[in-house]
Design a protein around this ligand. Structure first.
Ligand code: MN
Ligand code: MN
Length: 306
């Protein structure tokens, strides 16, 4: 890997680490998720990073892809299990990282399972290792803790590339897949543990979208306006619905929602619905982005044990 690119991944990781510290400090029961999201995204910019995707603040049985709506009133509960999944990029080189907070302290095994699985996976990652072995290790680390804990089998780690968050190859959380790591590979590894069924399904709500590359069309003036803004500002990486409300204050919230619906029907947008655990189990997540080196890997963010 070119030195310059390597340094950008490292820099993104350093900023993400500082943003994680702020997130941990500010996430408390009674706090509004919307406020926390604004603090996290604001800190990313303040530190000289760019936002790779809307911060995911998924609670309890939500596994991923929840980010607050523009008028979100959700408050963190005393017993919530909160996943904080942050994306920072420098010139498109993404650090994707996450940790889980268990506010009640009653789910420590669940949190430990995903963290220990991530640690084992990072320890294992080097050239010549098949992602299948990494998946197996993740699965074993989670299951050996008992309590009915299992990995979420249909969520995976993924290659990251410039302005590509999910760039092809996956790193499974179970013994599956077939790709041998090479020096210079950059991957996000993200074990999810649950006491539910070990599978996620699409929920009803969608707050995060990705532009597909289709030209701007649409019947309604608001659709054109929203579409043009997306092409201008969010052409490459996922964005949050709430960002559009901030960017287009002249449009009624209702008009933005209708425009988003029309843009989805025109295949202009790919939706990322909130992912829910199929058996309504609690879900924990630990994630980091690694660079595979000659004889191991560099981990760009710390692994959070609690
Ligand atoms: Mn992530
Ligand atoms: Mn990821």
């Amino acid at each position: 890997m070119e030195k310059e690119i390597f340094e950008k991944y490292i820099k993104a990781g350093e900023i993400a680490t500082k943003v994680q510290e702020l997130a941990r400090k500010n996430a408390k029961p009674g706090k509004k998720l919307l406020e926390l999201a604004n603090e996290i995204e604001g800190k990313t910019i303040e530190l000289g990073g760019e936002i790779a995707f809307p911060v995911n603040l998924s609670i309890n049985t939500q596994a991923a892809h929840y980010t607050p709506s523009f008028d979100d009133e959700t408050v963190i509960g005393e017993k919530d299990v909160l996943k904080i999944d942050i994306g920072v990029h420098i010139d498109g080189y993404v650090c994707d990282c996450a940790f889980t907070i268990d506010f009640s302290g009653e789910n420590s095994k669940l949190i430990e399972a995903s963290s220990a699985a991530l640690e084992a996976a990072v320890t294992l990652a080097k050239p010549g290792v098949n992602v299948r072995e990494i998946g197996k290790t993740i699965q074993t680390e989670i299951e050996k803790r008992g309590n009915g804990l299992k990995p979420v089998s249909n969520l995976c780690g993924h290659r990251v590339d410039q302005f590509h968050l999910h760039a092809g190859t996956s790193i499974p959380n179970v013994e599956s897949g077939n790709y041998v790591l090479e020096e210079g590979d950059t991957f996000a590894i993200e074990p999810f543990a649950t006491n539910g069924k070990g599978e996620v399904v699409d929920g009803d709500q969608t707050e995060i979208f990705l532009y597909t590359g289709e030209p701007v069309r649409g019947r309604l003036p608001a659709t054109k306006k929203v579409g043009e803004l997306i092409v201008e500002k969010y052409a490459e990486l996922p964005f949050a619905q709430r960002w559009l409300h901030r960017d287009l204050p002249e449009l009624q919230p209702f008009s933005i929602n209708v425009a988003l619906r029309e843009l989805q029907l025109l295949n202009f947008l790919h939706p990322y619905p909130v992912l829910m655990e199929k058996g309504k189990g609690l879900v924990s997540q630990a994630e980091t982005t690694i660079i595979v080196t000659k004889d191991g890997c560099i981990n760009t963010t710390p692994i959070h044990r609690t």
